[in-house]
Ligand binder design. Structure first.
Ligand code: F6P
Length: 331
């Protein structure tokens, strides 16, 4: 009896996450002599644990699925759910019993770091249980912070939106002498802010990896003012952190954030700049806009290629991998 595929999406969606889903489904359906039914988890592993899944083969029989390639958001729904660290937890028994009942042979999980953690845990449990179910990770994140792949799909689409936000601020900035802060996504990594900041011509870029000093920022603003430039645009990652804060323990920082009660990072930085320089500051937070809209062509192609390659791995009996990009090639 042919083994079935189960595919799920998890974490923050990107504009392009469905393209990779399309790649997996399409490749599964094209190989009818090797693959049985393609099932989809509804709302990731969390939804699947609650008994929610759909038969994607049936969906594809009834309506063309190629529009998935250009449909933003995650078709299957998503979750932010971490599987237990204890690989002996009964959650795993429940999952593997359900996989067996559904005759699942291959599981694809599309997502970022937490999702790859899920793939890793399930693969390790499979070894412990001597199960021959295979798990493949497909890297998706607008943060572009997954190890072992040069890029992840969703990133370029988010960079375009974030760059556009900075571009739009230039219009107002040019007519007022103010400091503008555009806060971009990325709690732990600054790739998105760095790329959009460079592309959008931000004057100062603040990323979590390099703690900032309000003194240095104020000096840079003063230098611009002295040279006749009336405004300053700052691209700040939501996880940007000052040098003093970086030296604190996690507990101390959590307490400080609670006491300060700023709506978000940019407001905190803005207040500090206003206090130090006396300059008027305006804040823009595009937020989840960065994860939506139409994906750029680059991302659509990348996601489809990664999705197809993931399915090919299964067909070629190459298991236990995450697909990725190295030297511009899919590996
Ligand atoms: O998925 C990554 C990401 O977009 C981060 O850049 C951001 O910090 C986080 O998700 C926001 O998550 P949520 O939508 O769950 O608040």
């Amino acid at each position: 009896m042919l083994k079935n595929i189960l595919v799920g999406q998890s974490g923050g969606p990107t504009a392009v996450i469905n393209s990779s889903l399309y790649g997996v489904i399409e490749e599964g359906l094209r190989n009818k002599e090797k693959i049985g039914t393609v099932y989809g988890m509804v709302h990731g592993i969390e939804g699947f644990l609650a008994g929610n899944f759909i038969n994607l083969s049936e969906v594809a029989d009834n309506e063309p699925i190629d529009r998935l390639k250009i449909t933003p958001a995650s078709f299957l729904g998503s979750c932010r759910y971490m599987l237990p660290e204890d690989l002996g937890d009964k959650v795993y028994d429940k999952l593997f019993d359900t996989f067996a009942q559904m005759n699942i042979g291959y599981v694809f999980y599309i997502g970022g770091n937490d999702s790859m953690d899920t793939v890793s845990k399930l693969s390790r449990v499979a070894l412990l249980k001597k199960s021959d179910i295979r798990f493949i990770g497909v890297p998706k994140t607008i943060d572009n912070d997954l190890a072992e792949t040069e890029t992840s799909f969703g990133f370029q689409s988010a960079v375009d939106i974030a760059t556009n936000a900075i571009d739009c601020i230039h219009t107002t900035a040019a007519s007022h002498s103010r400091v503008f802060i555009v806060e971009l996504m990325g709690h732990k990594t600054g790739w998105l802010t760095l790329h959009a900041g460079i592309a959008g011509g931000a004057d100062i870029i603040l990323i979590p990896e390099i703690p900032y000093s309000i003194e240095a920022i104020s000096q840079a603003i003063a230098k611009r003012t002295a040279s006749g430039k009336r405004f300053t645009i700052i691209a700040a990652a939501e996880g940007a952190i000052s040098k003093e804060e970086a030296a604190m323990s996690k507990k101390e920082l959590k307490l400080l954030r609670k006491q300060e009660n700023y709506a978000s990072t940019a407001y905190r930085i803005g207040a500090a700049i206003e206090e130090k320089t006396g300059q008027e500051v305006r804040v823009t937070v595009p937020g989840h806009v960065q994860r939506g809209g139409q994906p750029v062509a680059y991302d659509r192609v990348l996601a489809t290629r990664l999705g197809v390659r993931a399915a090919e791995l299964i067909l070629n009996h190459e298991y236990g991998y995450m697909v990725g990009v190295k030297d511009n090639k899919i590996v």
